[in-house]
Design a protein around this ligand. Structure first.
Ligand SMILES: Nc1ncnc2c1ncn2[C@@H]1O[C@H](COP(=O)(O)OP(=O)(O)OP(=O)(O)O)[C@@H](O)[C@H]1O
Ligand SMILES: [Mg+2]
Length: 271
């Protein structure tokens, strides 16, 4: 459904950010993209909604080459919540920011009103409806980006560093939003340095380094590999590290309670 074929990209200043990327992402799946600063993660996802077009190779979304579609056409299907909200938010009020996409994509007034209310309530922004987005806190700005993208219900949702600035409660909400989207058959792509946040979701994981995908597979497998961890400068989620230390299958430990139980059983057995 999303396909990169031999894609390379150079930014205007001559920095090569993607090197020969080959990738397929199927409908209804969850994919995480991880890797150190400057690895090319944001550059890669910006190719999916056509904000950037490949210098070499092709990107196809729903079978159509992104070079043959405008960003506006693609945005209806592919929503991106940017890494930096200040690059995304531009309206005078929280309400108008959330309504922008809804109006642009020609929804009826009734539907606009319903979706606006849903988005503002879900992301805890209803009390700010008449406030300028610029006056929101960092975490609130980020949630306004989610609200304005999700309100029009795109088929593919890309979240670039969604957990930055989010407290525990709102991180949990992001998790439930992702699970909800997946249950509706939507496709989600999350770029994140927050491996602890990603671990319970157990996504397919792409590891990027220096413009290339250096590993691709189930998160537990990909992050079990010492060489990948070293090359991409990653720190493993603690439950995975613990499983490795205990010589367990990496996915056995999905939460602390489970881990504690196993350790207790082992220590009793060892007496
Ligand atoms: N607009 C731009 N103009 C020029 N160079 C850019 C631009 N955006 C990114 N780059 C460069 O391209 C490379 C990849 O950047 P990108 O933003 O894709 O990395 P990233 O993996 O998202 O990093 P981070 O984890 O810091 O968000 C970096 O070397 C960066 O300096
Ligand atoms: Mg980035």
């Amino acid at each position: 459904m999303i396909e990169f074929e031999n894609v390379s990209f150079k930014h205007q200043n001559g920095v090569t950010a993607l090197r020969n990327i080959n990738l397929k992402i199927e409908k209804g799946t969850l994919t995480a993209i991880v890797g150190e600063n400057g690895a090319g993660k944001t550059t890669l996802v910006r190719h999916i909604n056509g904000l950037l077009k490949p210098a070499e190779g092709a990107v196809r979304v729903f079978g159509i080459n992104t070079k043959q579609q405008s960003v506006a056409q693609l945005s209806k299907k592919v929503g991106i919540a940017f890494q930096n909200p200040d690059n995304q938010l531009f309206s005078d009020t929280v309400t108008n920011e959330t309504l922008f996409g809804l109006k642009n994509f020609g929804m009826s007034e009734k539907e606009q009103a319903e979706r606006l209310e849903w988005a503002l309530n879900f992301f805890d922004l209803a009390r700010y409806r008449d406030v300028s987005p610029m006056l929101l806190s960092g975490g609130e700005k980020k949630r306004l980006c989610f609200a304005s993208v999700l309100s029009w219900d795109p088929d593919v949702l890309i979240l670039d560093e969604p957990t930055v600035g989010q407290d525990y409660y709102h991180k949990e909400k992001i998790t439930s939003m992702i699970m909800d989207l997946l249950s509706k058959g939507k496709t989600a792509i999350i770029v994140s340095h927050d491996l602890e946040f990603l671990w319970p979701l157990q996504p397919r994981t792409l590891v990027m380094a220096q413009g290339q995908i250096i590993a691709d597979g189930a998160m537990a497998n990909v992050l079990s590999d010492d060489e990948t961890i070293k090359r991409a400068n990653l720190v493993r989620p603690q439950l995975l590290e613990l499983a490795i230390e205990l010589h367990l299958h990496p996915r056995v430990l999905s939460n602390v309670k489970e881990a504690a139980k196993l350790i207790l059983v082992r220590s009793v057995g060892a007496r």
